[in-house]
Design a protein around this ligand. Structure first.
Ligand SMILES: [Zn+2]
Length: 329
């Protein structure tokens, strides 16, 4: 069962989240294996993309924002692009595109940062935009403070959180063919710490190193979480094992509709707009070559087919989209 839990450490300016995506993640992989001409992901790509899915869920849960959180890695190695997108209701989708084979056991840098040009982008795309409003995007390179290549996605995102949000964050991520899971521990900014009890208010006036100490201890405990534990144990067991000495307050688990689940936001109308974006000449030349314009969704594998009549209608500016040639599985 997919699960997402939020918790905080009573009286301390530290909060956390734990996510385990099972069915939703399996669906991403099933569709890729069944629907993509490229076939199933090589193991290192699968596990990396799963970590991205878990991280995107944690980051979406970590913000109050009515829109999609999109985590993208622009690679300069065999993996050109990897995307994990999570909506406010935790509908998620993910895909990766490869331009060359990925060797078994390939490291993160061998996949996406071969020539030091790999980048990670986090985009917040609001559901309802004001006219002219652009989505917010933050971009970080795949390097640490000493220009060392980062070999863990968690390290890249910890870096991002510190740079862009000034938030100390510890992330533990893991994925395999069945589960995409992650643990996030974060130090709360003091001024925004309205949910803290008396002790934190007292500590707020003390030397900040006192607070660092609490955060550092909890972050260290989080780091001791093993990949196997994160992948195989349920959330309650993980939290109990890690933080049994801490005064942990676990909020009621996210349930029902808002549990992370697979869903794709693609649609025939979007593809129609894409074809319009190509321009009439380009669309005609595709029609001349192939007989129709067929566009597959890389996230869910649906194929959208536009025959010459559909395309002609598009460029005539027909108000209603043609109904023929709907998505075929
Ligand atoms: Zn789709």
């Amino acid at each position: 069962m997919s699960e997402l839990h939020k918790f905080l450490f009573e009286g301390l300016p530290v909060r956390g989240m734990l996510v385990r995506v099972t069915e939703g993640w399996a669906e991403v992989l099933r569709r890729r294996a069944a629907g993509s001409p490229a076939g199933a992901y090589p193991l290192p790509v699968q596990n990396f993309l799963g970590e991205m899915v878990a991280a995107a869920c944690l980051m979406q849960a970590n913000i109050k924002f009515n829109g999609a959180l999109i985590l993208q890695i622009f690679g300069d190695g065999p993996v050109k692009l990897a995307v994990a997108e999570v909506q406010p209701d935790f509908a998620l989708r993910a895909t990766a595109s490869l331009s060359a084979p990925v060797l078994p056991g390939a490291s993160l840098s061998a996949m996406v940062n071969l020539n030091n040009l790999g980048k990670c982008a986090i985009t917040l795309d609001p559901k309802e935009r004001f006219p002219g409003q652009q989505p917010y995007q933050g971009v970080v390179p795949l390097f640490g403070d000493r220009r060392e290549k980062l070999e863990q996605l968690s390290g890249v995102l910890e870096h991002y959180m510190l740079q862009s949000e000034q938030l100390d964050t510890r992330l533990v991520l893991a994925a395999d063919g069945d589960v995409a899971a992650g643990l996030l521990i974060q130090r709360l900014p003091l001024e925004g710490a309205g949910n803290l009890g008396g002790e934190a208010a007292r500590l707020a006036n003390e030397d900040e190193s006192g607070l660092n100490e609490h955060y550092n201890r909890i972050a260290l405990l989080a780091s001791s979480l093993k990949r196997e534990e994160l992948l195989t144990l349920d959330a309650q067991t993980i939290l109990r094992r890690l933080f049994w000495q801490e005064d942990l307050r676990i909020f009621p688990a996210v349930s029902g509709e808002a549990v992370p689940h697979f869903a794709c936001t693609c649609g025939r109308e979007r593809v129609a707009n894409m074809i319009l974006g190509l321009g009439r000449d380009e669309a005609q030349s595709i029609l001349a070559e192939r007989g129709d314009v067929e566009v597959g969704c890389e996230f869910c594998g649906l194929q959208y087919r536009f025959d010459p009549i559909d395309v002609a209608a598009l460029f005539l500016g027909a108000g209603d989209l043609p109904v023929s040639g709907g998505p075929v599985q």
